[in-house]
Design a protein around this ligand. Structure first.
Ligand code: SAM
Ligand code: SF4
Length: 338
């Protein structure tokens, strides 16, 4: 190459701490058919529809992010499957990137096949208990049988599935071993999540119910050998492995997401877009910029891409969660997705 020729680097999203952003979580709605006790209060006010991004606007953002080097999109919410045309969005995003989703699973029976055909790669399904009554207490409005039916349909459609469990002492810690056994029997992976102090809830004291990942790991290790795993996804889970109960099945992986006991911000590779179109730079902080106004103005894609790149300067180094019963972040998890 001629020494005077300059090479133009591909556009990329890099924050002030030299972290490369390749992963975007898109909250496609703040609404949900469940009211999980750690995620929402019983009475919730949802956004009027005109203040929620349209699926076409999300698809446009997806293309812009992809042009900035983003490789994976996670659809989340609220409950993403409340958006009836979600397979259409999956198809748009999957035409240029990997698309994965987090769901409560209750509508998968209806959607699994269409999502697979649209190009969705993987599914995280939230399931905190296998006890019907406890399930109803934790979700307030959900029914366990719907989620189990959803898991069946997703497996039938050929999805790789990881279960997500928010573990709370005195609420569902009797379910650690039954959920691990369920994952083993069904050939699923499973991650245990420490509850985060997002939004003011009244159902329990997060200080009292807090259960650290190492406590959960010990309960499992007392029953079966846990082998540290090299497996790593784009997410913050750290993995161990156990034997599967299925013949010829690869090992079941058990992940731990530990926002309190093991801060993972040093490796952060992600940003989020809230259901009202704010680019949120960190789940545990409020630094954000408004993308909806740009999308609804005459701004072209290059201008929006440049707004996104400039916003990265605001990405904080880390979250500072503490377990006070008055959380610093009043925003509920359904606005931003997990
Ligand atoms: N409705 C979908 C679901 O439940 O899977 C997607 C949205 S939900 C907000 C995404 C994930 O966040 C779920 O796995 C949920 O368990 C988790 N989550 C919600 N509130 C949380 C909290 N306060 N602390 C930790 N995880 C939480
Ligand atoms: Fe809905 Fe998911 Fe929040 Fe439960 S965790 S209330 S299913 S958004």
């Amino acid at each position: 190459m001629n020494a005077h020729m300059s090479v133009t680097a591909a556009p990329a999203l890099i924050d002030p701490f030299a972290r490369l952003i390749k992963y975007v979580r898109l909250s496609v709605t703040d609404r949900c058919d469940f009211r999980c006790v750690y995620c929402m209060s019983e009475e919730m006010q949802f956004l009027p529809r005109e203040r929620v991004l349209k699926l076409e606007e999300i698809a446009r953002l997806g293309k812009i992010f992809s042009g900035l080097g983003v490789e994976t999109f996670r659809l989340t919410g609220g409950e993403p499957l409340l958006r009836r045309d979600l397979p259409w969005l999956v198809e748009q995003l999957a035409s240029h990137s990997e698309v994965v989703m987090t769901t409560n699973g209750a509508r998968l029976d209806q959607f699994a096949k269409a999502l697979k055909q649209a190009g969705l790669s993987r599914l995280n399904i939230s399931l905190d208990t296998l006890n019907e009554q406890q399930f109803h207490e934790l979700t307030r409005t959900g029914h366990l049988k719907d989620v189990l039916k959803g898991i069946d349909a997703a497996q039938h459609a050929g999805f790789a599935i990881k279960l997500n469990v928010v573990m709370m002492k005195g609420r569902n810690d009797d379910q650690i071993l039954p959920l691990v056994a369920f994952a083993q029997t069904r050939g699923l992976d499973i991650s245990f999540i420490e509850e985060m102090p997002l939004g003011v809830i009244h159902e329990h004291s997060r200080q009292i119910t807090f259960m650290a990942s190492h406590e959960i790991r010990q309960i499992i290790a007392n029953e079966m050998p846990l082998i540290p795993s090299q497996y790593q996804t784009t997410g913050p889970s750290r993995y161990w492995e156990i034997e599967s109960n299925l013949p010829n099945q690869t090992k079941t992986r058990i992940g731990f997401i530990s926002p309190h006991s093991h801060n993972f911000c040093g490796d952060c590779n992600r940003v989020r877009v809230t259901s009202e179109g704010r680019l949120l730079l960190c789940l545990g902080n409020e630094h954000s910029i408004d993308l909806m106004s740009s999308l609804r103005s005459s701004a072209n894609d290059t201008e929006i891409a440049s707004n996104i790149q400039n916003a990265l300067a605001q990405k904080p180094e880390k979250h500072h969660f503490d377990l006070n019963d008055t959380p610093q972040i009043v925003r509920f998890m359904n606005m931003t997705g997990g």
